[in-house]
Design a protein around this ligand. Structure first.
Ligand code: 16G
Ligand code: ZN
Length: 534
């Protein structure tokens, strides 16, 4: 009853601003213009408390960020106890809370969920939260705190951090008392773990060449600087550009991983030297893409597909050398994966490939089905998951030679370099540098594995994006009826042609992807398919 009055009281300070917006907890939580989010974040606080209570007081994370979106946007998402995305069945509660039309309706929803799921409202609950560098962050944090207070939650503020850092911290807190604690639940603990693993995996290898990193003027800039500090210049030297987090309006503007991937060109502030490695982070540092220019200044993108291929190749080689048997490596991609990458993985590396719908939660779960599951979206979000049984098998393996032992040690250190909770730009940076150092490769050798098919992504605004329903991991349209047949007709005319249409989960638009043998044909196919939607 105390909670009831508190929830209603605080709710009246965090009223829903308008009734035109229909809030939906989508692929990346709630994400929209920051000035619409106050009531949403307050309500997410209430839901986080219920989620923790449902799970016997395990710590739940709340991250306030809008990733690669423009500076005036913000967003909020929940993190489950092992550092995973919120369990999908809870998304509907989030959506219901956000759309409640009055203080009373909100309170009713709160007690409904508690009753339906048999949640004891006096059970302990703990929340850990953080935010990126957006100007709207502090105000949204206070809305969140009001929600948590109203629900009687215990909470810790982790301040400004990257999204993957908060995922890491949540997992650390919840594994602290177990036989395999993940690490120290702090930013310092995160840097320490990554740095120690990177030093171990790089033992005896030459220090990587200078790398330049575009931090999208977001939280990744200062956090990468902190990581470099802990690593020491004897381990890694990097130049960080676009690292102005004070001028918050510069966030993700003409720079960052999303810009580079979608525009397929260099970010502002980069004047690359031929054959040196460059990388761009996104606004909350859970994505990374790499690139370089050749002597003729031609730009080459090394995206998530290239990272997945590099990682799968390296892990497979290490497994072979190690003599460890019965470990299945698999790769998980989405429909956006370049056709050449899928062919390379299947035909050259001979690894199984799964295709899932867009969104980290889908890829993550599919990757967990492999002993070592490599998952990356083409946009640069991804990681490599090592199953507990695989780690055990590696730890207890009796090597027959120093060569075998060294391969096993490298695999084990690699598992610590790679964030096991979610895609992490800083951790993925170290992963890529590790493989390149072990192979003595520069960016152009990395790029040689396969040649991307030219491709084009087009955003089309339609009357009702929810009319577009897909199947087969978003590769085919079921509705509107007849449209898929028309797309098939067009695709048939292009060599290596492939195209699909899906509704965006983060924007009010539909996306058209097309690839074909040449740049011109890919552009033309994308355009023709887009015209079908009008
Ligand atoms: C979100 C997803 C990202 C996906 C993107 C697709 C998470 C944490 N993030 O940002 O993985 O690529 O949405 O956006 O799941 P779209 O639906 O607008 O194309
Ligand atoms: Zn992001």
């Amino acid at each position: 009853l105390h909670q009831l009055s508190q929830i209603e009281k605080f709710s009246s300070v965090h009223r829903r601003p308008d009734f035109d917006t229909n809030f939906a907890y989508g692929t990346a939580g709630f994400r929209m213009r920051a000035d619409l989010l106050d009531s949403v974040v307050y309500r997410v606080g209430l839901l986080a408390a219920l989620r923790s209570r449902k799970l016997d007081g395990e710590t739940i994370g709340v991250m306030i960020t809008a990733s690669h979106n423009p500076p005036e946007d913000n967003g909020v998402k929940l993190i489950d106890p092992q550092g995973e995305m919120l369990e999908a069945s809870w998304e509907v509660y989030a959506t219901k809370f956000a759309n409640a039309r009055s203080d009373e309706e909100l309170a009713r929803e709160y007690f409904n969920v508690a009753e339906t799921l048999k949640i004891r409202l006096d059970a302990p609950c703990k929340i850990a939260y953080g935010r990126d560098t957006r100007a709207s962050g502090p105000a949204l944090v206070s809305a969140l705190k009001d929600g948590l207070s109203a629900a009687g939650a215990e909470f810790s503020d982790y301040g400004v951090l990257t999204t993957p850092q908060l995922h890491y911290i949540v997992k650390c807190i919840n594994t602290a008392e177990t036989s395999s604690p993940y690490g120290e639940p702090s930013q310092a603990g995160y840097y320490k773990k990554l740095a120690a693993a990177f030093k171990a995996v790089m033992k005896g290898k030459p220090k990587p060449g200078l790398i330049t990193i575009d931090a999208a003027n977001g939280v990744g800039g200062p956090k990468l600087a902190e990581l470099l500090e802990v690593l020491g210049s004897e381990s890694l030297e990097a130049v960080i550009v676009n690292d102005d987090v004070e001028a918050t309006q510069k966030l993700n503007q003409q720079c960052g991983a999303d810009y580079v991937k979608t525009q397929q060109k260099l970010p502002a502030g980069a004047e690359p030297e031929a054959l040196q490695l460059y990388a761009s982070l996104d606004g909350d540092a859970d994505r990374i893409v790499f690139y370089y220019v050749d002597e003729a200044k031609k730009f080459f993108l090394l995206d998530g597909d290239k990272i997945a291929s590099l990682a799968a190749m390296f892990i497979q080689e290490l497994l072979e050398v190690s003599g460890v048997e019965d470990v299945e490596v698999g790769v998980v991609q989405t429909a956006y994966a370049n056709g050449s990458s899928t062919a390379y993985l299947q035909d050259v590396l001979k690894v199984p490939v799964t295709c899932t719908s867009t969104g980290v939660k889908h890829l993550h779960h599919a990757a967990q089905l492999y002993d070592i599951g490599v998952y990356f979206e083409a946009n640069g979000h991804g990681t490599v998951l090592f199953s507990a049984a695989t780690i055990k098998a590696l730890e207890s393996f009796e090597a027959a030679s120093p060569g075998q032992q060294s391969a096993v040690d490298t695999l084990l250190s690699l598992a610590d370099v790679i964030n096991q909770t979610v895609g992490d730009a800083l951790s993925d940076l170290l992963l890529v540098l590790t493989v390149l150092a072990h192979k003595s490769w520069g960016p152009s050798e990395w790029n040689m594995a396969y040649t991307d098919l030219p491709n084009r992504l087009v955003r089309v605004v339609v009357d009702d994006r929810f009319a577009f329903k897909t199947e087969d991991a978003e590769r085919r349209l079921v509705e509107p009826q007849g449209l898929q047949a028309q797309i098939d007709e067009l695709v048939k005319k292009y060599k290596f042609g492939r195209s699909f249409v899906r509704a965006s989960g983060t924007e009010d638009a539909v996306r058209v992807y097309a690839e074909a043998a040449t740049r011109l044909e890919a552009d033309e196919l994308a355009l023709k398919v887009s015209e079908l939607l009008k």
